[in-house]
Design a protein around this ligand. Sequence first.
Ligand code: UT7
Length: 326
Amino acid sequence: MIRARVTGTGAYLPERRLTNQELERTVETSDRWIVERTGIRERRIAAPEEATSDLAAAAGRQALEAAGVPASSVDLIIVATATPDMLFPSTACLVQERLGAKQAFAFDLSAACTGFLYALAVADQYIRAGTYRTVLVIGAEVLSRMVDWTDRTTCILFGDGAGAAVLQADRGRHGILSTHLHSDGALWDLIHIPGGGSRRPPSAETLADRMNFVKMKGSETFRVAVRALEEVAREALAANNLSTDQLALIVPHQANLRILQAVAERLAVPAEKVMINVDRYGNTSAASIPIALDEAVRGGRVKTDDLLLLEAFGAGLTWGAAVVRW
Ligand code: UT7
């Protein structure tokens, strides 16, 4: 049986750190409120000349190096992002050019914070079907340009970054065991950017009304997220006849420390089995799982044969999980 195995990971975080103390000076908030309600202490902000494709290419390059795969043998590049460089062409095409992956075809995938898992599932299907052998999956965001820096309910949450994974066809027990994806478009308005698309194209009015920025109903989103993440984790474990104690590590989307803790508690998973870096990067949307995965791998927290559960929740609404044998 052919499986998609992760043979390399990479990440890129912009240098600039924005601390809670700095935010205290620009909006009515406090380090204490942010840490207690979200677990976030600082986030990274892209330099003015950096766009999503720059972050994505850097993470992708590092993942290819880790895998020992030349860019010329990549068949497909998928970039999961909600903050593309431009509406078109896709950010993935810009990354393809940057990496010199001339044989690849490339496209973007839009599933907000669940984007990396959606992209992983698509790559997995192509590899299992025997259609392609090497896929570069990237999650990359420059959310700092879509955030309303006068809105304290959202601007404290998000950060910029990119993470990547190389998936390669492998015969054996290792790789992605299953993926589980869900959407509920009825709840589209919990997190959205109302302006800048075809419904409300950019105009002086959309700018004046701050419609080109993220709007979120935070506490409602929180409640739905905890329930959906617990359910999809149970679904993924049941599909593989696994119990939570067989998992070596959960690598969740990093939206809020309290969400991660609530889900771990409901699943009866001890805190040390949950990868957490939301304190340093905030919510980097589609980039958060591959950044956390790369940190876990480079930090020696993942060993061959380990069972991992990846899970995410985001705008759409979208949510999902993947079980991986490393
Ligand atoms: O990644 C995609 C999915 N996104 C998420 O999963 C995000 C889910 N939601 C959350 O993480 C949390 O709901 C937030 C962190 C956004 C908010 O935390 P909360 O505990 O749900 O707070 P809240 O929205 O219920 O607000 C409580 C109070 C309000 O004041 P009043 O109405 O009680 O007087 C807010 O105005 O806290 C106030 N508040 C703040 N105070 C200081 C909201 N933001 C801030 C702030 N600093 N930055």
